[in-house]
Design a protein around this ligand. Structure first.
Ligand code: COA
Ligand code: ADP
Length: 595
């Protein structure tokens, strides 16, 4: 298991499954195995990350092209964390497969393992998600066919791919906003006597794009550009510490525009800031041909460490930034580091771990929302639910695993899916059907899709306190016809709403609704709730009582929805629809593709 937490599990699962007598293999899957030779390695005998990025990009591109049936280009590669270095003589095994196709783009999942042939041992090096875009034809944008998920794992990846795509497409804008707001609070850069002047680490290097660097369509391979970027970043990092640096992570790569054979690529790198045991190196890649102006191809931020002989990170020298741009980048590197650490913490929190609630702040909103939705999607794609009871057409399922009890309640209502989504999205109205929601206070609209509430529940004993919860509600409209409407709930902490004496502060790990359109008037609602280990012994002794209370609550929910099926929506969908507009695939085309 990796520090990327539960999402990495998905990538570790075997890509083969045995279905009856037939062995199923995902049709988009492509594998590459390479022996690491001295020509692939640096002077320390470790595989250069640039070479690895080239292999990863080629494997992923072949998988994308196998699905698309036409030539594809790398649009982006999400953040990558390298868990191990790879030595000369080891074998690198790369597996790539298309998780989901959207309109002209596809998410490709890539897993990299290292194999020691002589010790018969394998270990994971990293995983990545890359987006490839099918090249436009004379007829315009390509409409890709779907990748129907067949296994539970594929279903999970398919579902999560939509959420990762959403994050990818808002990434640049969100990071810019966060940098602007957080660097304003950082104040002046600190001056250190022994600091290394940043200009000493500056690198500029040019590359001529030749046929071996390009595909059959004469476009430069994304992997080649990433490799050149990694090369200059490594030189900048080495200049700071006068030692061999190890690349630990790369923030998202986004290829803003294409490059072709004959282009000159100018690669520039400098150390933006150093922290106790790591440094951030920024790299910028620009292209030109003849007297044409420079085209910005890519910018990336890479985190390096220097390891001692026991592979422990050493202290890194301080940096003195250059005036103006250098100082700005120095501060932005501090803000990016905070975003990275928040992200790592939030995405690596396993659901059984304490603390369940993470402090909510604008800087981690994007990842908390992502985490909230993906946790619900992961529950939604589980296929080992046990039907525990069925009453008044309300079905209760349970799933007990790793000291965790999850509930799923399923029912159909005769209300349109969009209206159901509206009515359930506004938690303030839940008290109209759920006796547990005694009070619900609206705290803050974090953004168009995320709202913070305080919910108070009644006391279960005469003299005891009631419980209260600070909840982040994240709602999503479907990305295409294979996605549900979704409302995810999880606990967060807020300094403005500390626990009080009158209530015991409770925590929700993961709860919420998925809302599927069965027809224009019938909607399937599924409610999920993951019980905390603390309440598990209490609940599991009384499943019968629980089943009866779920049945009456959800019958009340059904009446509430049907009574309000024509009422104007409480939360306007227009804003949400507008914010999702750039993420929406052409639904009509998509549905035709699915039919
Ligand atoms: N990450 C992931 N996907 C992205 C993206 C990003 N940062 N930016 C755009 N896309 C996706 C869009 O979502 C869209 O997908 P969809 O058709 O499934 O909805 C697709 O790219 C095309 O978007 P569109 O708006 O039609 O085009 P664009 O003008 O935004 O161009 C690229 C997108 C990727 C084609 C363009 O930026 C490009 O050519 N980049 C260089 C690619 C390249 O040559 N790479 C190799 C190394 S240079
Ligand atoms: P920004 O300056 O906002 O960080 P850029 O895309 O211009 O964004 O550059 C990305 C990174 O590339 C910078 O943070 C810096 O580390 C590096 N870089 C940019 N320009 C230069 C340069 N002229 N020399 C060395 N490094 C550079």
């Amino acid at each position: 298991m990796t520090s990327e937490g539960k999402y990495a599990d998905i990538m570790q699962d075997p890509l083969f499954i045995q279905e009856s007598d037939e062995v199923y293999r995902n049709p988009t899957e492509v594998k590459m195995s390479q022996i690491v030779l001295p020509c692939h390695a640096n002077h320390c005998g470790e595989l250069s990350v640039g070479q690895l990025l080239k292999w990863m990009d080629s494997t992923a591109c072949l998988s994308a092209e196998r699905h698309a049936g036409c030539s594809c280009v790398t649009a982006s590669v999400d953040d990558i964390l390298f868990e191990h270095t790879i030595g000369v003589g080891n074998v690198v095994n790369i597996i790539a497969k298309v998780n989901r196709a959207f309109t002209s783009s596809m998410e490709v999942g890539i897993v990299v393992n290292c194999e020691d042939l002589y010790a018969d041992r394998q270990w994971k090096v990293c995983h990545a998600f890359a987006t490839f875009v099918a090249r436009r034809t004379g007829a315009g944008k390509v409409q890709l066919k779907q990748v129907p998920p067949r296994t539970q794992m594929e279903q999970m990846e398919y579902s999560l791919a939509a959420e990762r795509r959403r994050m990818r497409l808002i990434h640049a804008e969100t990071i810019t906003d966060l940098l602007n707001s957080s660097t304003a609070q950082l104040g002046e850069c600190q001056e250190y006597q022994d600091a290394v002047p940043a200009e000493r680490t500056r690198v500029e290097s040019v590359e001529l794009v030749l046929p071996p660097h390009a595909n059959h369509q004469v476009s430069t391979f994304g992997g080649q550009i990433m490799a050149w970027m990694e090369n200059v970043a490594t030189i900048a990092a080495s200049r700071l510490c006068n030692a061999h640096p190890t690349l630990r992570s790369i923030d998202m790569f986004h290829f803003r525009g294409p490059s072709h054979i004959g282009d000159r690529l100018v690669l520039k790198a400098i150390v933006n800031n150093t922290f106790k045991q790591s440094m951030e190196v920024g790299v910028c890649a620009e292209a030109y041909k003849g007297g044409e102006p420079l085209r910005h191809i890519n910018s990336a931020f890479m985190t390096f460490e220097v390891l001692d002989s026991d592979r422990k990170p050493c202290t890194v020298p301080r940096i003195r930034p250059e005036p103006v741009d250098g100082k700005r980048r120095y501060q932005e590197a501090v803000a990016r580091r905070k975003i990275r650490l928040d992200r790592k913490y939030i995405l690596s929190c396993k659901q059984a771990e304490v603390p369940v609630s993470v402090p909510w702040e604008p800087s981690n909103q994007m990842y908390l929302s992502f985490n909230n939705v993906t946790a619900l999607k992961l529950m939604d794609t589980r296929n080992n639910w046990v039907l525990t009871s069925e009453k008044n057409k309300v079905r209760l399922y349970t799933l007990e695993e790793n000291h965790m009890l999850c509930f799923k309640v399923e029912m159909n209502v005769s209300v349109a899916a969009e209206q159901t989504f509206h009515l359930l999205s506004d938690l303030r109205r839940r008290k109209e059907w759920d006796p547990v929601y005694e009070e619900c206070e609206y705290i803050n609209q974090a953004d168009e899709e995320d709202t913070l509430y305080r919910v108070a529940t009644p006391s279960v004993s005469k003299r005891g306190n009631g419980q209260d919860f600070i909840l982040l509600a994240s709602r999503r409209i479907p990305c295409d016809a294979r996605d549900p409407y979704l409302i995810a709930l999880r606990s967060v902490t807020l300094p403005t709403h500390p626990p009080t004496e009158d209530y015991t502060r409770g925590e929700v790990l993961c709860a919420g609704f998925t809302i599927w359109e069965e027809s224009s008037t019938v909607t399937k609602i599924t409610y999920y709730n993951q019980a905390t280990p603390g309440v598990l012994p209490y609940i599991s002794t009384d499943i019968a009582g629980l089943s009866s209370s779920f049945s009456s609550t959800f019958s009340a929910c059904s009446h509430f929805l049907e009574a309000n099926k024509d009422s104007p929506a409480a939360l306007p969908l227009s804003a949400l629809t507008h914010s999702m507009a750039s993420l929406q695939v052409d639904q009509k085309h998509q549905q035709e593709g699915l039919a």
